[in-house]
Design a protein around this ligand. Structure first.
Ligand code: IMP
Length: 178
């Protein structure tokens, strides 16, 4: 069993569909304001390893919009909580270049061993309007091949998503050690 430290039910459901043996731990950890997702994950791993005994994982994600020089990026959670999808769409009003990328960093560690990190990315475009009711966060405004992620089932999202890529890399790494 792996403890996945997250308060986000959507993230947990996505991880569980891939890993199977995973338990959600909503105990919180400090998400430092850093320049990169890796730094956030490394700091977070140190903190959760002091509190949980057992295989543990965390995941940090962000949405990077090309035409906004990577914003909101590492500020994705704060921006979502303050201005949300409407705020992003307003900021991009009239912008032609709508390319964006979701990035995910998964941190994993077992007691007494160093944390390892796994990355995933998903390229897409920011829509003009929110569409769909699935997923969470920026999913309704992030389009891949004509559909927003919120218009996909969890299984469809897991075929392509940044988080699924990172979690599958963890899964393969775990299997390769057996
Ligand atoms: P964090 O990884 O929980 O810090 O996520 C940062 C922000 O990006 C939060 O507002 C999340 O809702 C959003 N976010 C993270 N992953 C996804 C995703 O897969 N789809 C849409 N939004 C996401």
């Amino acid at each position: 069993m792996i403890y996945f430290v997250t308060g986000n039910k959507g993230k947990f459901a996505e991880a569980q569909a891939i890993l199977g043996e995973v338990v959600q731990k909503n105990i919180g950890y400090t998400e430092i304001q850093a320049d990169g997702l890796e730094e956030v994950a490394i700091f977070g791993m140190k903190e959760v390893l002091e509190r949980l005994d057992g295989p543990v994982m965390i995941e940090d994600a962000g949405m990077f919009i090309e035409g906004l020089n990577g914003f909101p990026g590492v500020y994705s959670a704060y921006v979502f909580d303050t201005v949300g999808n409407e705020g992003i769409l307003r900021l991009m009003d009239g912008m032609e270049d709508r390319k964006a990328v979701f990035r995910s960093v998964v941190g994993y560690a077992e007691p007494g061993s160093d944390p390892v990190l796994f990355n995933g990315a998903l390229r897409g475009e920011i829509t003009q309007e929110p569409r769909g009711t699935g997923g969470f966060g920026y999913d309704p405004i992030f389009e891949v091949r004509g559909r927003t992620i919120a218009e996909m089932s969890l299984e469809e999202k897991n075929e392509i998503s940044h988080r699924a890529v990172a979690i599958r890399a963890l899964k393969e790494w775990l299997a390769s050690r057996r």
